[in-house]
Design a protein around this ligand. Structure first.
Ligand code: B4P
Length: 196
């Protein structure tokens, strides 16, 4: 099973990807997590991505495409994977299509988590507060100012993917405003139809 989770920042892509990992035993390929790990390890990619991420902008297609291409060739991806937060631009969508075609693979579905903007910022602020309450540092991009930029980037560069995948007949929308468990149930119901 090869899936894409699409949606604005804070829509719950990471949250639902983890549920898919638990239920289906496929790995979660989160470009956000991969980039944050690179920043923490101060690798060359991390050094280039750090300021971009902290400003709420998208890291360059070249960097992100390269890390995904490397990751999908690892053994644990042989039985499928869930792409969480990738692709985020039309160039990335073209790239993933080419990567899969080169390997004789195809995508099964693109699941869009639909959440309104007001709820998104509330979730991000809550996550930052919870991290602080637990004595952990909040993500540098989890504050209302940077969030505004993340959302602008989403509408400018990522939202066009909705029409792109709709035109291919691959887009499945899920109400991301529901509770985490309800969203999981809706995704599972969709997968039961799509992946047989
Ligand atoms: P990501 O790490 O992908 O972060 P995200 O979009 O904010 O998170 P997500 O939608 O996964 O929300 P989550 O489940 O965590 O990206 C961070 C940055 O990395 C980007 O801004 C960019 O700079 C860079 N980047 C990543 N991928 C890139 C790419 N392909 N190209 C270029 N740059 C890239 O949920 C958020 C919160 O909501 C959590 O606290 C969760 O508990 C809560 N929540 C989730 N579902 C809920 C629900 N149904 N109800 C209530 N709360 C819910």
């Amino acid at each position: 099973m090869r899936l894409i989770l699409l949606g604005p920042p804070g829509a719950g892509k990471g949250t639902q990807a983890q549920r898919l990992v638990e239920k289906h035993g496929i790995p979660q390929l989160s470009t956000g997590d991969m980039l944050r790990a690179a920043v923490k390890a101060e690798t060359e990619v991390g050094l280039r991505a750090k300021a971009v991420m902290e400003a709420g902008e998208l890291v360059s297609d070249a960097i992100v495409n390269a890390i995904v291409a490397e990751r999908i060739d690892q053994d644990d991806c042989a039985g499928g994977f869930v792409l969480d937060g990738y692709p985020r631009t039309l160039a990335q969508a073209d790239s993933v299509e080419a990567m899969l075609a080169d390997r004789g693979l195809k995508l099964d579905a693109v699941i869009e988590l639909v959440v309104d903007d007001k709820a998104l910022v509330g979730r991000i602020v809550k996550r930052a507060e919870e991290a602080q309450a637990a004595g952990q540092p909040a993500r540098k991009d989890d504050n209302p100012e940077v969030f505004d930029e993340r959302l602008r980037e989403y509408y400018k560069k990522t939202a066009p993917l909705i029409g792109y995948y709709y035109a291919k007949g691959m887009l499945k929308g899920v109400d991301g405003m529901a509770s985490i468990d309800e969203v999981t149930d809706a995704i599972e119901a969709l997968l039961a139809e799509v992946v047989r």
